[in-house]
Design a binder for this molecule. Structure first.
Ligand SMILES: [Mg+2]
Length: 325
């Protein structure tokens, strides 16, 4: 007999998070618990307005399948019952967590990475003036960051990146434009950013307007984020991008995310794993994807005033699980 609990939670940020689409000072997440035989499976997801989701729509989607979850459906059946998105993500992660807990194990023990493995994660620099972004970069370096992800819109693109590069001459830098650029200047900006030793650019153009990327040679590898949610999206993207950013809130859970890893590899594309803002519970669920990724961006908890327990270790620019869960 299974019991399903689901509820919303609010977590305060310790500083504003600013990207091309807007700013936030706190986040609302959905928590799912599935109780069975004295153990509990946990899942967390975050609704994103960009994809038409809110706390209310996600809870309503979970309600639709609540009775089936309690009757005992498995993860593969869930894939058919709900579309990709945060509702399925929270349920799929809770089912993984429950399945492993019933065996006395964890999803990372089963799928990797091993406890204690040091995985470099990006630290995000949100949008501000070039001087403020340079200062934020210096602060992240002081915290041990080895890889910076610079959020950009379509203003002061080169000035902002140059300011961060001058403040952090030796650090690895990736960019996230969150769909804010236009085809008119994407090529010139890619050239200029290559000169600043930028390693990768995430989603320069709006999803649905990125076909033009197949037509030009970009000196910096491109990564599809907003354009890529599930396996079905990957084939058409393979001549536009070199990499896909897998996030459990887009894929609708770890089950689909692991299938995406296989499909991307078949297409010769590299893997990035990313996150919406969230606690260590949500990041831990994505660690098996991180174990298979070239670039890891799971710094959500670094933005929180207080993280959930047990928290992942975010020292030295790594994300690391220090004990089983
Ligand atoms: Mg992104």
């Amino acid at each position: 007999m299974r019991t399903l609990k689901r509820y919303a939670q609010t977590w305060a940020l310790d500083r504003p998070f600013v990207i091309a689409r807007g700013a936030s000072t706190s986040i609302d997440v959905i928590r799912v618990e599935i109780h069975q035989d004295g153990v509990v499976g946990h899942g967390e997801s975050k609704p994103t307005p960009r994809y038409g989701h809110s706390i209310e729509t996600v809870l309503a989607e979970i309600d639709e399948v609540a009775a089936e979850i309690e009757r005992g459906i498995d993860r593969d059946t869930l894939l058919e019952r709900l579309p990709a998105g945060p509702a399925r993500n929270a349920l799929d992660c809770a089912l993984w967590s429950l399945e492993c807990a019933l065996e006395g194990s964890t999803s990372t023990a089963r799928l990797g990475p091993p406890i204690g493995q040091e995985i470099v994660t990006a630290h995000t620099i949100s949008i501000a003036t070039p001087e403020e972004m340079a200062e934020a970069a210096r602060e992240e370096l002081a915290q041990g960051a080895r890889l910076l992800k610079i959020k950009l819109n379509n203003e002061q693109v080169i000035e902002r990146v140059r300011a961060v590069r001058e403040a952090a001459p030796d650090v690895r830098i990736i960019i996230d434009a969150n769909e804010a650029w236009s085809p008119d200047y994407v090529e010139a900006w890619c050239e200029a950013l290559a000169q600043l030793d930028v390693e990768m650019i995430e989603q320069p153009l709006p999803a649905g307007e990125d076909a033009v990327l197949a037509g030009f040679r970009h000196p910096v590898p491109l990564c599809a984020d907003e354009s890529c949610h599930t396996r079905e999206d990957i084939a058409v993207l393979s001549d536009r991008y070199e990499m896909i950013n897998i996030k459990l809130d887009k894929s609708g859970g770890l089950t689909e995310a692991l299938a995406m890893v296989d499909t991307a590899r078949e297409q010769g594309m590299a893997i990035m794993v990313g996150c919406m803002l969230g606690t260590s519970m949500a990041m831990r669920a994505a660690l098996p994807v991180a174990a298979r990724a070239a670039i890891v961006d799971l710094d959500g908890p670094i933005w929180l005033a207080e993280d959930d327990r047990p928290a992942l270790d975010y020292s030295h620019g790594w994300v690391r699980e220090t004990r089983g869960h």
